[in-house]
Design a protein around this ligand. Structure first.
Ligand SMILES: CC(C)(COP(=O)(O)OP(=O)(O)OC[C@H]1O[C@@H](n2cnc3c(N)ncnc32)[C@H](O)[C@@H]1OP(=O)(O)O)[C@@H](O)C(=O)NCCC(=O)NCCS
Length: 153
C-alpha cells in the first residue's frame, strides 16, 4: 500500500525497518513510555501501523487496530511530529486509515481537552458517537466514527 495525497508526502504501512523512526516521532514515547513503545512495536509487527513520510523522514504515525472496538476497527494512536503539524499529515493518515479499514465503520476517541484532534475530526466529517467517563479524571473521552463510504452511510 502506498497512498499519495500530495507530492510531498507518502502514507504507507510501516515495516520492521521503520521501528526506530516510528518510536522517535513522539519524543515522550522514546524518552519514558515503555507501554507506548510496546503498542507501537506490536502494531508494526501486526501490520497495523501507518506512517506518513516526507522527504524520507517519518513525520506521522497512526495505529489502526482491526475490530478492536465492539467488533469495529479503531484508531488507537495518532501522532504528528510537532514541526510537521498543520500541514495535512494527520488528515492524510486518517484518510489512509479509512481506506485500509477492515470494517465499514471506523471508530476513534480523544479527550475533551484535545481541541486539535476534535478540529481534525470535525474537518474530516467524523460523527460524534458518545462520551466515556471514568478514564481520565475530569477529561471525558469523546468517541467518533466515520463510514468508509462517507459521513453517515
Ligand atoms: C491532532 C494532530 C494529530 C493533528 O495533526 P496535524 O497533522 O497537525 O493535522 P492536519 O494538518 O492534518 O489538520 C487538518 C485540519 O484539522 C484541523 N486542525 C488540526 N490541528 C488543529 C489545531 N491545533 N487547531 C485547530 N484546528 C486544527 C484544521 O481544520 C486542519 O485544517 P487546516 O490546517 O487547513 O485549518 C496533531 O496535533 C498531534 O499529533 N497532536 C498530538 C497527539 C494527539 O493529540 N493525537 C490525537 C490523540 S487522540
Amino acid at each position: 500500500m502506498a497512498i499519495e495525497y500530495d507530492p510531498l508526502s507518502v502514507t504507507r504501512r510501516a515495516t520492521a525497518d521503520d521501528e526506530t523512526a516510528v518510536l522517535a516521532v513522539d519524543a515522550s514515547v522514546s524518552a519514558s513510555d515503555p507501554e507506548g513503545e510496546e503498542v507501537l512495536r506490536e502494531a508494526i509487527r501486526a501490520g497495523e501501523c501507518l506512517v506518513c513520510e516526507r522527504h524520507d523522514r517519518i513525520v506521522g504515525v497512526l495505529v489502526l487496530k482491526a475490530r478492536r472496538f465492539y467488533g469495529r476497527d479503531f484508531i488507537e494512536w495518532l501522532f504528528v511530529s510537532p514541526d510537521a503539524r498543520r500541514q495535512g499529515v494527520g488528515r492524510a493518515l486518517m484518510r489512509a486509515a479509512i481506506e485500509s479499514a477492515t470494517t465499514p465503520r471506523v471508530f476513534t476517541s480523544t479527550n475533551r481537552s484535545n481541541v486539535a484532534m476534535q478540529a481534525l475530526l470535525a474537518s474530516e466529517e467524523w460523527s460524534p458517537s458518545g462520551e466515556l467517563d471514568g478514564l481520565d479524571e475530569g477529561d471525558p473521552e469523546l468517541v467518533y466514527f466515520r463510514s468508509r463510504s462517507g459521513r453517515s452511510s
